[in-house]
Design a protein around this ligand. Structure first.
Ligand code: NAD
Length: 246
């Protein structure tokens, strides 16, 4: 009998369940594709955020300094959009796998905070969190309302407020990054979910583990050699995985 895409996907999810059962140290890494089923657009798909807007113009240190109105408008819209956003089944499955001892830690490129909202404990937010606001100069924390109302920092003077996220051109938070690398290097399984792996340095993770590598994404990827590639929606694949595993 001919093997179709669905059969192959189910077979690969079963393989993944077996790998997980035999693993002692699994690390998960997620990208924007993890959140699209919660209605947060990703960056590079054709419905994505950057399909019409050039990231080089908005999510950058230059935009923050040289075109604050554009920067502010873009991030205000994204923050307001977060009000109606909740985790989907896939986020809850990952939290449950951690609770059952299958996941050591989860490193995410997402700035949505949805993993923590779903109950994941050991989360490395490599690109920060959009709902945390700080002064761009002195780092003093401020409220979302202050940012939305275009207030300036009331601690150090008149400096601009911004979400505590990593913009293009900025370093990743050092301690969080080092902890994530340590976990990936020690992992015996690395599951990468919903990312095009185009953003450096996070896209180096698959090369840093000596364990098995698994890729769950809507589209195939070039330039990597994953042990298993499951092409499908994160929420659906993880729900299926939970049914087999738990
Ligand atoms: P990306 O847009 O480059 O890639 C997302 C990938 O996910 C694509 O390959 C797409 O095919 C896939 N995808 C989309 N929906 C999916 C689904 N339901 N299930 C499985 N796969 C799906 O995003 P990236 O690689 O994460 O890019 C990194 C940058 O995106 C980071 O800087 C990150 O901070 C930022 N970002 C974050 C969010 C968020 O917090 N949710 C949203 C947009 C962008």
């Amino acid at each position: 009998m001919k093997d179709n895409g669905v059969d192959r996907m189910n077979r690969d999810i079963k393989k993944l369940a077996d790998i997980i059962k035999n693993s002692n140290n699994m690390v998960v890494m997620t990208g924007a594709g993890m959140d699209t089923e919660s209605n947060i657009p990703d960056f590079r798909s054709k419905d994505g955020l950057w399909y019409k807007v050039d990231p080089a113009k908005v999510a950058t240190v230059e935009a923050l300094h040289e075109n604050y109105p554009l920067f502010h408008e873009f991030y205000s819209a994204r923050i307001k959009n977060m009000d109606s956003i909740t985790p989907h089944e896939g986020h809850y499955v990952l939290a449950e796998l951690e609770e059952k001892g299958y996941i050591t830690s989860l490193a995410t490129q997402n700035i949505s905070g949805l993993h923590a909202m779903a109950g994941s404990q050991n989360v490395y937010e490599l690109h920060g969190n959009i709902k945390e606001i700080r002064c761009n100069e002195c780092n003093t924390g401020h409220s979302i309302e202050e940012f939305l109302n275009m207030k300036t920092c009331n601690n150090c003077g008149e400096n601009a407020l911004r979400p505590d996220i990593v913009l293009f051109g900025e370093m990743l938070p050092t301690i969080t990054w080092q902890k994530a690398i340590r976990d990936v290097e020690n992992s015996d399984v690395l599951v990468v979910i919903g990312t095009s792996l185009q953003v450096y340095p996070v896209n180096q993770f698959p090369y840093m583990t000596r364990g098995k590598t698994i890729y769950i994404n809507m589209e195939q990827i070039r330039g990597y050699n994953f042990d298993i590639e499951i092409i499908g929606k994160a929420g659906e694949v993880l729900t299926e995985l939970k049914e087999i595993l738990l």
